[in-house]
Design a protein around this ligand. Structure first.
Ligand code: KG4
Ligand code: ZN
Length: 349
């Protein structure tokens, strides 16, 4: 059995975890920076990088203490090497290089998106390749055919905003603060999704991709109308209508992706937005309709964490892979390098 130390620092969570090849999470610690970024209504890269630099080393130390382990007992050190905010990525990757150098253990440079994409396999030992993955986070919205470690076929992506970004920006417009996704989901429970007519961008379109910019703008217009005159809907109704429109877009695009798709073992969701219970419920219904198992990682493995990075490390180590000490930190790092570029390409604005 192998034990991998995982390090995550690509956005606003500083995280470390120890995961075994037997799928046990021996220990994990996460330091969220929500408070530091809240006054700005979004992640400030410079603040994030400084916070990672301050917190990461003690966090790793604490994770080892929680597991009752010494650093030289781990078999490899895995860290996010991109994509993400480059200052933070460098803090995590350079820390991992130093630890690998000091211990003589292999270094594994993990693609953060691969961490999300393989996290369902950490949670569920029965999940075999290939599977159809909806990857929905703050920076990405993609449908991927996952054929193996490092083997991804991107079937669809967003031509403008990522879904998490649309949740966060809509939440901001509705005055829900930061981070907005979870707050919008809570408010939507109190609203009526039929009250506000919002668009379903690209639904029914022959091209496979997503678009959320028009939906986000429609939320802004609905809120502005409300501020200017009496209307027959509430902020909660806008939240519920937004969430339903987003779900309808996801279902429409996934149904299209299933057309002509070869045999897959499951419909899988991953990434921060996969924490949304209404989206999970809709995906479960869609999977049943397609005669497929539906697999979603537990909520704490959906949002950014280091256990998923350690697990991607476990999978790569198992294939005899590791990286040299001069491996680069990458602000952009597509899972499927063959995929054609589309407008926006789902990169955070
Ligand atoms: O994967 P993640 O933690 O970070 C990135 O790699 O982007 O995803 C964060 C995104 C944010 O946009 C956040 O608002 C969204 O996931 N999110 C949610 C929920 N929980 C997190 N969106 C909708 N509903 C939720 N419950
Ligand atoms: Zn992420």
């Amino acid at each position: 059995m192998k034990i991998v130390l995982g390090i995550e620092s690509s956005c606003d969570e500083t995280a470390a975890a120890l995961v075994t090849s037997g799928r046990a999470i021996l220990a994990q610690r996460i330091a969220s920076q929500d408070e530091a970024h809240r006054p700005y209504g979004g992640v400030v890269p410079e603040i994030a990088a400084r916070a990672h630099a301050e917190r990461l080393a003690p966090l790793i130390e604490g994770t080892l203490i929680d597991a009752g382990m010494k650093l030289d007992q781990v078999d490899a050190i895995a860290a996010t090497a991109g994509p993400g905010l480059i200052g933070g990525v460098m803090v995590g990757l350079v820390t991992a290089k130093a630890l690998a150098m000091a211990t003589g253990k292999p270094l594994i440079a993990v693609n953060h998106l691969e961490g999300h994409a393989l996290s369902p396999r950490l949670a569920d030992a029965s999940l075999e390749y290939p599977y159809l993955l909806l990857l929905v986070s703050g920076g990405h919205c993609q449908i991927l055919l996952v054929e193996g470690v490092g083997r991804f076929r991107r079937l669809a992506t967003t031509i403008d905003d990522a879904l998490g970004e649309a949740f966060d920006k809509s939440a901001k417009v509705l005055g829900l603060g930061y981070p907005g996704g979870p707050a919008l989901e809570r408010l939507a429970l109190e609203g009526d999704a039929r009250k506000v007519a919002l668009p379903r961008p690209l639904a029914g379109s022959a091209e496979p991709h997503f678009s959320f910019a028009g939906l986000k703008s429609a939320v802004l217009r609905a809120k502005q109308s409300m501020d200017q005159a009496a209307v027959a809907y509430s902020v909660a109704d806008i939240a519920a209508s937004f969430q339903q429109a987003a779900i309808d877009c996801l279902m429409d695009r996934l149904r299209r992706a299933f057309v002509g798709l070869g045999s897959v073992n499951a419909l899988v969701v991953a990434g921060g937005v996969a924490a949304n219970k209404a989206i999970r419920a809709a995906l479960e219904t869609l999977a049943a309709e397609q005669g497929l198992a539906f697999i979603a990682p537990p909520l704490e493995l959906c949002t950014d964490n280091a256990a998923m990075i350690a697990w991607a490390g476990v999978e790569r180590l198992g294939m005899g892979q590791s990286d040299p000490l001069d491996v680069a930190a990458r602000p952009r790092w597509p899972l499927d390098p063959q995929a054609e570029a589309v407008r926006g390409a789902g990169v955070k604005a």
